[in-house]
Write a protein that binds this ligand. Structure first.
Ligand code: DP6
Length: 363
């Protein structure tokens, strides 16, 4: 795998301060990533819708180090929603450690990272995807300012996704939109285990501006982190079968998205969500991230679909929240259904109305 392309060649020495701010979204996987090897290489290809309303805004202030400062150590402060966040630091420190070979300039600055999320704190929405991709974009803005040769936008996005992946696998899919594939797959041109690529084929209009209502069933801290869950796929009795299934599902969803076959979309997306959770149920140690209200919502969605012919479907990430996905032309009716029948299963009746978006935005 060619990672050399991501090592910058000629960088200017600069004594200037820099500051960059990026807004990057969360994403919701349709075919799930669950299982990886070092360094953050996925066991199967995955695809996600990029979201827009669920996002992180991050500013990084870069101040050149003095000669007396260590040039060997990464130096950064971290603020989350205005407050110093010591407990997030180890994850970010590990991220910088992984990327410093590709971004040697990070060793020459004192960095102040200030971040905020659009979604409520600990809403159970994975913030690692939006958080890591925002940092990656700020680093790429700095690299662009320090690089003497011209950097093409495609390269910037690719390297940002490459860096974000090293922070959190799913973050590689939060740089661009509306659909991103991460992981080498024979039917997706240019796909790579190293970074996400925009889905390269024309998508049928029914899947444009797709809606995602995120139903906040459980806002508490997860009992089992994604990192532990990924680890449990080593020696998992159904691992090989699962990786095979996911890759086959990617082949299928590629055609579904192009042809607009929404019934097959519903079947595949719901099956993927349940297969992901089946991996958790059948790992050892085993665990359950769904809550009773997760199942209440799933059953209510099935009932509503049967009764009305709606094309709403659900997916899950590694938690109890339910993502209700539906075409834009059903918005009014589905929102009424959510308000009347699903919101009572959400903590404090809370849900977030999101829509598919186009990825990172510089502010
Ligand atoms: C269930 O990207 O959070 O959301 O690479 O360890 O940071 P790390 O894991 P992470 O895993 C996401 C898992 C998932 C499925 C998906 O987004 O594809």
């Amino acid at each position: 795998m060619n990672t050399q392309q991501f090592i910058p060649k000629i960088l200017q020495k600069s004594t200037d301060n820099f500051s960059f701010t990026w807004k990057t979204p969360s994403n919701i996987a349709l075919v799930k990533y669950w299982g990886k090897t070092d360094p953050q290489i996925p066991k199967n290809a995955s695809i996600s819708f990029t979201l827009s309303n669920s996002h992180t805004i991050t500013t990084i202030d870069f101040t050149p180090k003095n000669d007396s400062d260590s040039q060997e150590e990464i130096s950064f402060e971290l603020f989350f929603e205005g407050k110093k966040k010591e407990d997030f630091k180890p994850k970010i420190a590990k991220f910088f450690d992984r990327i410093k070979a590709y971004c040697p300039y990070v060793l020459t600055y004192n960095m102040v990272i200030s971040s905020e999320n659009s979604f409520p704190h600990s809403s159970g929405i994975a913030s690692s995807a939006s958080g890591m991709s925002a940092i990656a974009m700020c680093l790429m803005s700095l690299e662009k300012s320090l690089t003497e040769t011209e950097m093409k936008p495609d390269f910037i996005n690719q390297k940002a996704s490459f860096l974000a992946r090293l922070g959190s696998g799913s973050a590689s899919r939060s740089i661009e939109g509306p659909l991103v594939v991460w992981g080498t797959h024979p039917e997706i041109e240019e796909s790579s285990d190293l970074f996400g690529v925009p889905f390269p084929y024309q998508v049928h209009e029914v899947f444009q501006n797709y809606q995602d209502a995120i139903l906040l069933v459980d806002k508490g801290e997860k009992q089992v982190s994604s990192t532990v869950g990924h680890d449990l796929m080593h020696n998992h009795p159904f691992a090989d079968q699962r990786f095979h299934q996911a890759n086959e599902n990617l082949t299928k969803i590629s055609k579904i998205l192009q042809h607009g076959d929404i019934d097959s979309f519903i079947n595949l997306v719901e099956s993927e969500a349940l297969s992901l959770h089946a991996m958790m149920l059948t790992s050892n140690p085993y665990f359950i991230l769904m809550k009773p209200n997760t199942l209440e919502i799933i059953n209510a969605i099935w009932r509503y679909r049967n009764e009305t012919g709606s094309k709403i479907c659900f997916t899950l990430d590694a938690g109890a929240n339910v993502h209700a996905l539906y075409p834009q032309n059903e918005s009014e009716k589905v929102l009424q259904f959510i308000e009347d029948e699903l919101s009572s299963f959400c903590q404090k009746n809370q849900y977030i109305c999101d829509v598919v978006g186009l990825g990172a935005v510089k502010l």
